[in-house]
Design a protein around this ligand. Structure first.
Ligand SMILES: Cc1cc2nc3c(=O)[nH]c(=O)nc-3n(C[C@H](O)[C@H](O)[C@H](O)COP(=O)(O)OP(=O)(O)OC[C@H]3O[C@@H](n4cnc5c(N)ncnc54)[C@H](O)[C@@H]3O)c2cc1C
Length: 594
C-alpha cells in the first residue's frame, strides 16, 4: 500500500468557505484542535463570489421587519418543503450573526444614519440584505478568515478529500490527496464538519466555481448518510448569456433589487404577465406602480422582477421558448436608468464584469441574461439544533446541508445560513469532540480508496475524464434543466448510466504532480453519482414545486406538499424514499397564513 501522512484533529472541517470558517471558529473557541481542508487556496472558496448580500431582519431600513416576517418569507419561498425549526433558528439568529461579523471587522455599506444598509431581494417582503456593494462574499470570507487565523488552526490548502472513513457506524476521519504533488493525507478526527459547498458543475452552464463538484455530499452518501431534496436545484434567473465563453456567469439579483427591469426581445416588460396567483396581492400591476416601490418602497407593491427566483426563471424560459427572446437567446436586463454614478457605487462588480468580459457598458446598455444553475437546496440531512447528520460524528453546514431552503432558496439566505449554521455545527462538533476519543479508521476502506484514486494511472487508452464530464454536462443541461419531463429525465438517466459504465475505464497519463486530468478522474465519479440521485429524485417527485418544474405535472400535488424525497446508499444501490415534512406548530401556522 502507498504511504500516507497522518494528521490528528479534534475537529476536522472539510471546506474553507463561509460555513467551514465559521464552524472552525466555533470549534476552536470550544477548545479544540482544528484542521481545515480545502480544495482551493484559503480565501478562494466559492463563497468569495457571493455578490448581493446576506439576509437578516435587522430592520435598519424597514422598521416593520422582524424575524417572523423573515421566517414566513423563507417558508413561502421554499414552498413549505423547508424544515420549519431550521428556518425558525435561522430567522431568529441571523441578525446576531451579522452583528457578530461586524464585530469581527466586516465593513458593511451604511445607511445615512450610520446603520448597516439593507437592500431589496426577490421574495423578501422588506429590504433585508446586509451588503458590501456587490462584493459581500469577499468581505465575509476576509473577515472570517482573519478571525479564524487569529484564533489558530491548521490549514491544508489545495488538498482534496475523497472519502470519509468510518469505524462501525461513526465517522472517524477522511482521506485525500494534495493537489500539488499527489501526496496522500489521512486525517483522524473525533468529529468532522462537512462544509464542502454545492454541485453545479454537473451542468454545462453554471455560476458555480470549479470546486463545486459535490465531492462532500457524495462522500457523506457513500459513508451511509441520508440525503434529502436532491432534485431541488436552483436555476438563477439571470446568468450571462453572451459572449459564449461567459455563459452562466452570475448577474446578481442585486441588479433587480436596485431597480433593474426585465424586457423581452419585443421590448415588453414581460414579468407583469407571469405573476402567479399566490403572489398577486403583493405584486405591482403596472410599471407606474412598480416605480413607486423603487422610489419609495414603503406601502407599495413590489415590482414583478422581484418575485422569487423560481418564478422569474420560469418566466424567462417561457419568453424565450415562445419566440420572444433577445438577440442571443435570452432576455434583456436594464438598470441604465439608475445613472452611471449610482451603478458604479452599488454594482461595481457587475459594471466591471460586463465591460471587461462582454464589452457592454451597463450604465448605458442592457445586459442579456438567461437562467443558470446556481444553488443546491438539497443535500445532507442535518438536524436543526446541532447540524448533526444521520451519521455519528458527522455534522453538515452551508450549501452541502439540507433543511433551510425547501424547494427554492431566497437570495441572500445562503450567506446568513453559513454564519448561523456554521457556528452551530462548529459549536456542536467541538462539544462532541470534547466527550469523544480517536478511533482507528477501517484499513480496508483506506486501501479501497487508494485503489480507486490510482486506478486510472494503471489503464491504457481508456476514457478521458474531461470528455465524460462534458457528456454528463450536456445530458444534464438537456434533460434535467429548468423544465423537466418524465421523458427528458429518463433519457438523461439512461445517458448517465452509459457514462458511468465508461467511467470504469477512465485512464490518465503523466504522474501525480499537478495533474488536472487525474483530479478530474475522481471528481467525475462523484458527479455521476450525484447526477443519478438528482435525476432519480426528480422522476420521483411527480409535481411542480419551486426549483423543480415538471411540465408534464405542472401543478403542486398534495402528497408531495408534505413529503421530502430522501436518498440513502443500500449495498451498492441508491434507495429512494419519501419522508414527511415536519409540521410547524399551531402558532407558526398562523404566521404562515398571514
Ligand atoms: C456568483 C455567486 C453569487 C452569489 N451571491 C450570493 C449572495 O449574494 N447571497 C447569498 O446568500 N448567496 C449567494 N450565493 C450563494 C453562496 O455564495 C453559496 O451558497 C455559499 O457561498 C456556499 O458556501 P459554503 O461555505 O457552503 O461552501 P463554499 O463556499 O462553496 O466552500 C466549499 C469549500 O469546500 C471545499 N471543498 C469542496 N470539496 C472538497 C473536497 N473534496 N476536499 C476538500 N475540500 C473541499 C472547497 O475548496 C471550499 O473551500 C452566490 C453564489 C454564486 C455562485
Amino acid at each position: 500500500m502507498r504511504n500516507y501522512e497522518t494528521f490528528e484533529y479534534d475537529v476536522l472541517v472539510v471546506g474553507a468557505g463561509g460555513a467551514g470558517l465559521r464552524a472552525a471558529i466555533g470549534a476552536i473557541e470550544a477548545g479544540c484542535k482544528v484542521g481545515v481542508v480545502s480544495k482551493s487556496l484559503l480565501g478562494k472558496a466559492h463563497t468569495v463570489m457571493a455578490e448581493g448580500g446576506a439576509a437578516c431582519a435587522l430592520a435598519n431600513v424597514d422598521p416593520e421587519d422582524g424575524w417572523k416576517v423573515h421566517f414566513r418569507d423563507t417558508m413561502r419561498g421554499g414552498k413549505f418543503l423547508n424544515n420549519w425549526r431550521t428556518v425558525e433558528i435561522f430567522a431568529k439568529e441571523a441578525p446576531e450573526r451579522i452583528l457578530e461579523l461586524e464585530r469581527y471587522g466586516a465593513v458593511f455599506d451604511r445607511t445615512p444614519q450610520g446603520l448597516i444598509s439593507q437592500r431589496a431581494f426577490g421574495g423578501h417582503k422588506y429590504r433585508r440584505l446586509a451588503h458590501v456593494g456587490d462584493r459581500t462574499g469577499l468581505e465575509l470570507i476576509r473577515t472570517l478568515q482573519d478571525k479564524a487565523v487569529a484564533l489558530g488552526f491548521e490549514s491544508h490548502m489545495e488538498t482534496t478529500l475523497t472519502r470519509l472513513l468510518t469505524s462501525g457506524d461513526r465517522i472517524v476521519g477522511a482521506i485525500g490527496y494534495r493537489r500539488s504533488d499527489g501526496g496522500l493525507c489521512l486525517f483522524k478526527a473525533k468529529a468532522v464538519v462537512l462544509a464542502s459547498g454545492g454541485w453545479g458543475r454537473m451542468y454545462k452552464f453554471t455560476s458555480n466555481s470549479w470546486e463545486s463538484t459535490g465531492d462532500g455530499v457524495m462522500m457523506a452518501f457513500e459513508a451511509g448518510a441520508e440525503l434529502r431534496d436532491m432534485e431541488m436545484v436552483q436555476f438563477h434567473p439571470t446568468g450571462m448569456i453572451w459572449p459564449p465563453g461567459m455563459r452562466g456567469i452570475l448577474v446578481t439579483e442585486g441588479v433587480r433589487g436596485e431597480g433593474g427591469i426585465l424586457k423581452n426581445g419585443n421590448g415588453e416588460r414581460f414579468m407583469f404577465s407571469h405573476v402567479p396567483d399566490f403572489y398577486r396581492a403583493e405584486t405591482a400591476e403596472t410599471p407606474e406602480e412598480a416605480l413607486r416601490w423603487v422610489d419609495d418602497k414603503k406601502n407599495n407593491r413590489r415590482p414583478p422582477e422581484l418575485l422569487p427566483r423560481d418564478v422569474v426563471a420560469r418566466a424567462i424560459y417561457k419568453e424565450v421558448k415562445e419566440g420572444r427572446g433577445s438577440e442571443h437567446g435570452g432576455v434583456y436586463l436594464d438598470v441604465s436608468h439608475k445613472g452611471a454614478d449610482y451603478i458604479k457605487k452599488k454594482l461595481p462588480s457587475m459594471y466591471d464584469q460586463f465591460l471587461h468580459l462582454g464589452d457592454v457598458d451597463i450604465t448605458r446598455q442592457p445586459m442579456e441574461v438567461y437562467p443558470t444553475i446556481h444553488y443546491a437546496m438539497g443535500g445532507v440531512t442535518s438536524e436543526p439544533e446541532t447540524c448533526a447528520t444521520t451519521l455519528q460524528g458527522l455534522f453538515a453546514a452551508g450549501e452541502v446541508a439540507c433543511g433551510l431552503h425547501g424547494a427554492n432558496r431566497l437570495g441572500g439566505n445562503s450567506l446568513t445560513d453559513l454564519l448561523v449554521f456554521g457556528k452551530r455545527a462548529g459549536d456542536a462538533a467541538g462539544a462532541f469532540a470534547k466527550s469523544s476519543s480517536f478511533y482507528e479508521p477501517d484499513t480496508h476502506q483506506i486501501e479501497e480508496e487508494i485503489e480507486t484514486l490510482f486506478a486510472p494511472f494503471g489503464r491504457k487508452d481508456g476514457e478521458n475524464p474531461f470528455t465524460l464530464h462534458a457528456e454528463l454536462q450536456e445530458t444534464m443541461q438537456t434533460g434535467a434543466m429548468i423544465a423537466r419531463t418524465e421523458e427528458s429525465l429518463t433519457t438523461t438517466l439512461n445517458e448517465i448510466k452509459q457514462v458511468q459504465e465508461r467511467a470504469k475505464n477512465i485512464s490518465v497519463s503523466g504522474d501525480e504532480k499537478f495533474n488536472p486530468s487525474w483530479h478530474a478522474a475522481r471528481d467525475v465519479l462523484f458527479m455521476l453519482t450525484s447526477s443519478e440521485i438528482l435525476v432519480r429524485s426528480a422522476l420521483e417527485r411527480k409535481e411542480s414545486r419551486g426549483g423543480h418544474w415538471r411540465t408534464d405535472y405542472p401543478n403542486e400535488d398534495p402528497f408531495w406538499a408534505k413529503h421530502n424525497v430522501c436518498a440513502k446508499k443500500e449495498g451498492e444501490n441508491i434507495k429512494l424514499y419519501a419522508t414527511p415534512v415536519p409540521e410547524p406548530p399551531a402558532e407558526y401556522q398562523e404566521i404562515l397564513k398571514d
